[in-house]
Ligand binder design. Structure first.
Ligand code: NAG
Ligand code: NAG
Ligand code: NAG
Length: 384
C-alpha cells in the first residue's frame, strides 16, 4: 500500500542463493511426504517475490530497508523472507528432478516477471503474486470508485500469466502440475484496504465481500482446470491488529477493542470474509472430490503468534508497533511510511511482528509458516 517514490534500480534476485534459511527439522517429515515438484503462487504482497518491482522499479519494495536481511532487496515486502519462502524451501532437495543448479541452492520461487527465471526454465514453480493486487479486476473496482493505487494487476491478470506460462512451458512442466501445490492467495485483502482508503461505508464494505469471494472461487476453478490436484486457499489476517488500521481508525471507545487491543469491528470484518471463504472451500471440495482443497488459516496462525509473542521472542511492548516507520502509538503514519526518506528502522526487527505497519517481519512470517505447515500439510493427504 505504501506509495512513496524512492528511485532505484530493480534487483537481480538470481544472486539470492547465498542466503541461509533456518531449517525446521520437525516439519520436514510432513513436507517430505508431499514432495511437491513445483509450487504455483497467486496473491499479493504477502507472497510477491519480485513481480511488482519489475513493473514499477520506483516501488519502495525495490530498495533497502526492504530486504535489509537479504543480500539485496528483491521486491519482498518485509525485512527478509516471506511465508512462501519457508514453505517452498522443501521442494527440490527431496525430488531433485530440476536442473542441478537449482536443486538445493535456489529454493525460492522465481517471480514470473523476473528475467532470471528463464535461466532455470521455471522448474520448481513460479510466483505470479503481485504486491498491491486485488481479487477483483481493476475495472470492477473503479466502477465502485475504488482505485488500486499500487498496480494494474489483479487476480485475473495473474491467472492469464499462469495460462500463458502453462501453454508455453515444457512437457516436464505440464507433467509436474499434478504433483504441484497451488496457493490461491492470500488475495482480497487489498480490495478491502483500498475500499477503506476510499471511505466506503460499512454496508458497501460488506457488499464487497461476496464479490471478492466469488473471484477467489473462480480462480480455484481455473487452476483446477489447469490440472491442479492440491490447492491451498488462504484467508485474511486479523487486520484490526495491524498498525496501519490501528493508527487510522483510533476509536476512543474502549469497547471497540478486544482483549488483545485489536479493533473488534475490523477483526469481525476479516472473520466474515474468512467464514464465507471457508464455506466456499467446502462447496468446492464437494464439487471437485478428486482435488484436495485446504483452507489456509492465516487468521489463526497470526493470532497464535500474537498470543505467544513473548515466548517466541517478540518484544511485547512493540507487538502493535511497526519496526520501520514513524508515528505515535503504532509507529505508523500513512504520509510517511517505511522506505520514505529518513524513516527509521528499529535495530532489532526480530523482536517485532510488524515490519512496516502493513506487512510482517521475516521472524513473524517464519513462525506463521511453521504454524501453517503443521496445520495444512497433514490435510493435504500426501501419504495416501
Ligand atoms: C536481521 O538484521 C538485524 C539487524 O542486522 C539482525 O539483528 C537480525 O537478527 C536479522 N534477522 C534475521 C532473521 O536474519
Ligand atoms: C476520539 O476523540 C478525539 C478527541 O475527543 C476526537 O477528536 C476524535 O474524533 C475521536 N475519534 C473517533 C474515532 O471518534
Ligand atoms: C518508531 O521506530 C523508530 C525506529 O526504531 C524508533 O526510533 C522510534 O522511537 C519508534 N517510535 C515509537 C513511538 O515506538
Amino acid at each position: 500500500m505504501a506509495t512513496s517514490s524512492v528511485f532505484c534500480a530493480s534487483a537481480l534476485s538470481f544472486l539470492f542463493h547465498f542466503l541461509l534459511v533456518p531449517v525446521f527439522s520437525h516439519d520436514v517429515n510432513v513436507l517430505q511426504k508431499c514432495g511437491f515438484k513445483a509450487i504455483y503462487q497467486l496473491g499479493d504482497s504477502l507472497a510477491d517475490t519480485g513481480n511488482l518491482i519489475r513493473e514499477n522499479p520506483l516501488s519502495p519494495y525495490a530498495w533497502f530497508p526492504y530486504g535489509m536481511n537479504l543480500s539485496k532487496p528483491t521486491g519482498r515486502c518485509s525485512n527478509g523472507l516471506l511465508m512462501i519462502d519457508f514453505i517452498g524451501k522443501f521442494r527440490y532437495s527431496l525430488f531433485p528432478v530440476c536442473l542441478p543448479a537449482r536443486s538445493a541452492k535456489l529454493p525460492y520461487l522465481d517471480a514470473y516477471l523476473n528475467p532470471a527465471r528463464f535461466f532455470y526454465g521455471g522448474c520448481g514453480g513460479v510466483n505470479f503474486a503481485v504486491a498491491g493486487s486485488t481479487a477483483l479486476p481493476v475495472e470492477a473496482l473503479l466502477l465502485k470508485n475504488i482505485m488500486n493505487i499500487v498496480t494494474k494487476e489483479s487476480l485475473s491478470t495473474q491467472l492469464e500469466w499462469m495460462s500463458t506460462y502453462f501453454n508455453t512451458c515444457s512437457k516436464d512442466c505440464v507433467r509436474e502440475i499434478e504433483s504441484s501445490l497451488f496457493m490461491v492467495g492470500e488475495i482480497g485483502g487489498n480490495d478491502y484496504n483500498y475500499a477503506f482508503l476510499f471511505h466506503k461505508t460499512t454496508e458497501e464494505m460488506k457488499a464487497l465481500v461476496p464479490e471478492v469471494i466469488k473471484a477467489i472461487e473462480d480462480a480455484v476453478v481455473k487452476v483446477i482446470g489447469y490440472g491442479a490436484r492440491r490447492v491451498v486457499v488462504p484467508g485474511n489476517f486479523p487486520i484490526g491488529c495491524f498498525p496501519v488500521y490501528l493508527s487510522q481508525f483510533q476509536p476512543n471507545d474502549t469497547a471497540a477493542y478486544d482483549e488483545f487491543k485489536c479493533i473488534r469491528g475490523l477483526n469481525s470484518f476479516a472473520s466474515y470474509h474468512n467464514e464465507l471463504l471457508k464455506q466456499t472451500v467446502e462447496g468446492l471440495k464437494k464439487q471437485y472430490p478428486d482435488v484436495i482443497i485446504v483452507y489456509g488459516d492465516y487468521y489463526k496462525a497470526f493470532m497464535s503468534i500474537y498470543q505467544n509473542a513473548q515466548s517466541l521472542g517478540f518484544d511485547t511492548k512493540s507487538i502493535q508497533k511497526a519496526c520501520c516507520g514513524t508515528g505515535d502509538d503504532h509507529n505508523f503514519s500513512l504520509g510517511r511510511t517505511c522506505g520514505d526518506f529518513g524513516v527509521p528502522v528499529c535495530p532489532n526487527p526480530d523482536q517485532y511482528i510488524s515490519w512496516d505497519g502493513i506487512h510482517l517481519t521475516q521472524k513473524a512470517y517464519q513462525h506463521m509458516a511453521e504454524w501453517l505447515i503443521n496445520d495444512i500439510f497433514p490435510k493435504l493427504q500426501c501419504s495416501s
